[in-house]
Design a protein around this ligand. Structure first.
Ligand code: GRF
Length: 202
């Protein structure tokens, strides 16, 4: 796989920062070729600019999902992107997008999937009273947080946790596993067998 990565964000961009930091340490295994945001004021755009990464803002408002996604695909292809990383991108992708990058879109989710898909996963897990939650990096398919799992890290829930403290520890786990998962993909070390992602050498 070519080593160009495109990152899609909508907000804070702490996972983007984890990818940038891994790149700076020579541990990402690739180049972040472009950061795209659907929100002009996303703080993650400043992180990208500080890191010398080209940024593109495309507002989704007033456009059909397919039309918008088609434009994102064009931008990513122009930059030679082979692997797309969703990092707090608050939009569902249409089949137009997913079929343009088959098996080459990653997402990070703040729960141990398949438990607690969707929004506010940390709060869902906390309110449910689970003793262990965590973070998941998965390939994106046409469902909601339903694609094959590449990496997970468990985060125990402490008796004195609040939803906020749990969220903060899960975020640290996200920042550890996302760059590693990206590297595995870029190095061609992942083979998808049905729902299972088999990682070479693990
Ligand atoms: C993270 O919790 C991620 O798991 C979820 O959205 C949040 C994005 O945070 N998909 P950030 O923008 O990377 O800081």
């Amino acid at each position: 796989m070519a080593r160009n990565v495109g990152v899609l964000i909508s907000g804070r961009g702490s996972n983007l920062q984890a990818l940038i930091d891994a790149r700076d340490r020579g541990e990402l295994g690739g180049v972040i070729a472009v950061v795209i945001s659907n929100v002009e004021t996303a703080a993650g755009l400043d992180r990208a600019r500080r890191a010398g990464i080209p940024t593109v803002v495309r507002d989704h408002r007033g456009r059909t999902r397919e039309d918008y996604d088609d434009e994102l695909v064009t931008v990513l292809r122009e930059r030679g992107v082979e692997l797309v990383c969703l990092a707090g991108f608050m939009r569902l992708l249409s089949p137009v997008f997913i079929r343009a990058f088959p098996g080459r879109i990653l997402n990070v989710h703040p729960a141990l999937l398949p438990a607690f898909p969707g929004l506010d996963a940390q709060e869902q897990a906390f309110e449910h009273g689970v003793k262990v939650s965590g973070a998941t990096v998965h390939l994106v398919d046409e469902g909601l947080d339903s694609g094959p799992i590449v990496a997970q890290e468990a985060v125990p829930v402490r008796s004195d946790d609040t939803a906020e403290s749990l969220t903060a520890r899960i975020l640290e786990a996200e920042h550890r596993i996302y760059p590693r998962a990206v590297r595995l993909l870029l190095e061609g070390r992942c083979r998808v067998e049905g729902r299972r992602v088999v990682v070479e050498g693990e």
